[in-house]
Design a protein around this ligand. Sequence first.
Ligand SMILES: Nc1nc2c(ncn2[C@@H]2O[C@H](COP(=O)(O)OP(=O)(O)OP(=O)(O)O)[C@@H](O)[C@H]2O)c(=O)[nH]1
Ligand SMILES: *[C@@H]1O[C@H](CO)[C@@H](O)[C@H](O)[C@H]1NC(C)=O
Ligand SMILES: [Mg+2]
Length: 239
Amino acid sequence: MLGVLASDWLQILMVYSAILALFLSIRGALRSKKQKSHPVDLRPPLVSIPSIPAPASGSDYVLAKCVVLGYSGVGKTSFVRRWVNDSFGPDYGGTIGVDFHVRTVPAGSTNIKFQVWDTAGCERYRAISRAYYRGAHVVLLMFALDDPESLVEVKRWSDEVDRALGMDADPDRPPPYKVLLGCKSDLEQTVTDEAIERMRRDLGGLAYISTSAKRGFGIGDVQNHLVQKFMEANPELFE
Ligand SMILES: Nc1nc2c(ncn2[C@@H]2O[C@H](COP(=O)(O)OP(=O)(O)OP(=O)(O)O)[C@@H](O)[C@H]2O)c(=O)[nH]1
Ligand SMILES: *[C@@H]1O[C@H](CO)[C@@H](O)[C@H](O)[C@H]1NC(C)=O
Ligand SMILES: [Mg+2]
């Protein structure tokens, strides 16, 4: 008697869990379909800065928050110093937390004031870096051209930005404009061009620029690219 009852219950339980599993897998499939189509098709091709208030009368710049991310030691701090101060090294030691710099660049009838947030690549400070993704207009994803592992890491940073912004997505604010930067182009390159191209495509067709903070290569190209994208996206701010 007890044995019969138990096997009845077992059957009911099995049918129930089969239905539940089916439901979950259908839901999972629908979700992953939704997510997959998003980064490629819906990413705005140009950065737009609607959340930046038009400069108040008398003000002569628009603000652009620019966050620099990448594996420890790829050259983020060196890149930023070359960009904002046209200087290099000798060695800054690893960044602790986040450093903040400003560089103002003429653009049309006004200026773009780049607020550059130089984050720490070191795992220990990652939680701090995360607090700075919010409100970013530009994310510079960096790797070192002599370190293949650092290119792999780029994907992790990019995903992390997406995840962090996904959690408090603001419908009025488009996702930040990402650029892929290869650093230390003065050294012998061990990252293959194919791997760079693959990463560039995987991340939704990012612009790629190679740079050397040591020699000063490519830094101006990065700045010009950003200025051009801002002006294309918001021409009325620069008239
Ligand atoms: N040859 C060469 N070396 C570079 C270049 N940029 C940076 N380096 C060197 O690479 C090392 C690390 O540079 P950092 O700029 O401190 O690296 P980082 O990405 O800021 O590192 P974290 O702050 O730890 O995340 C230093 O010894 C730099 O001198 C470059 O363009 N060429
Ligand atoms: C800026 O550059 C000068 C020399 O060109 C150097 O002495 C100074 O330390 C640099 N400042 C920063 C913050 O890197
Ligand atoms: Mg640093």
